[in-house]
Design a protein around this ligand. Structure first.
Ligand code: PGA
Length: 257
């Protein structure tokens, strides 16, 4: 049984007072959170400690980092290490987000090293994959997803793969208000799951969570979550507001296969 994961990616938004005010509204709204899903918040690095403290001991709730370096320490100005994250109590780390790939030039090889390092430090990687609009229009979606999965997970064993979360985020749907249709989302998720079955085994494929991301909102969350291979959401813009993210996080879910 796959437990859906509802994740907020705040990107480069919110100061500490704004984070505290979000948590003050959001935590009481999570009273209704059941054991049928997990909720994770990925604040900017400066907010990790605040969010970790506020959510510590709250069942079904956790904290993610938005990125990390693969080394534990060293001369890497501006970077944050897996050791620093796990020491704070962070449980997940978003890796290979399209903004990291396309704005900051991160390559699949670089991302692959981070995925392995995260797993070695008890951090569950949320590996983002997704095609650009021109790639979809050229019929290259599956080839792009296949290459990102193959390269991004190249150092991961079948045993480790159980702890990997995949986020399918079509680049053209991120922050644009354009959501993938249910058919497009389900098709990409099935493709990724089949790849897992071929590359690892069918047990892993059945177990691995594949989130959808790209303009998820309260109005479309339930429809996307009803898709049999969509096991949660990675939410950007609509997760900045406590009521809006609470509505998404608590949206009706059908149990996973
Ligand atoms: P969005 O961002 O919900 O604002 O489209 C999603 C993401 O980038 O993870």
């Amino acid at each position: 049984m796959r437990i859906p994961l509802m994740a907020a990616n705040w990107k480069m938004h919110k100061t500490i007072p704004a984070i505290i005010s979000f948590l003050d509204s959001f935590i009481p709204l999570m009273r209704e959170l059941g054991s049928d899903r997990e909720v994770v918040i990925a604040p900017p690095f400066i907010g990790l400690e605040t969010v970790c403290r506020a959510l510590r001991g709250r069942k079904g709730m956790g904290v993610a980092a938005q990125n990390m370096h693969f080394e534990e320490q060293g001369a890497f100005t501006g970077e944050i290490s897996p050791l620093m994250l796990s020491d704070l109590g962070v449980g997940h780390v978003i890796l290979g987000h399209s903004e990291r790939r396309h704005v900051f030039g991160e390559t699949d090889g670089f991302i692959a090293k981070k995925v392995v390092s995260a797993l070695e430090h008890d951090l569950k990687p949320i590996l983002c994959i997704g095609e650009k609009l021109e790639q979809r229009e050229a019929g290259e979606t599956n080839a792009v997803l296949e290459a990102q999965l193959r390269k991004g997970l190249s150092g991961v064993t079948a045993e480790q793969a159980q702890d990997v979360v995949i986020a399918y985020e079509p680049v053209w749907a991120i922050g644009t208000g354009k959501t993938a249709t249910p058919e497009q989302a389900q098709e990409a998720h099935i493709f990724a799951r089949k790849w897992m079955a071929e590359h690892f085994n069918s047990g892993i494929a059945d177990q691995i969570r594949i989130l959808y991301g790209g303009s998820v909102k309260p109005a479309n969350a339930a429809e996307l979550m009803a898709l049999p291979d969509v096991d949660g959401a990675l939410v950007g813009g609509a997760a900045l507001d406590a009521e809006s993210f609470a509505e998404i996080a608590l949206c009706p879910l059908t149990p996973r296969a």
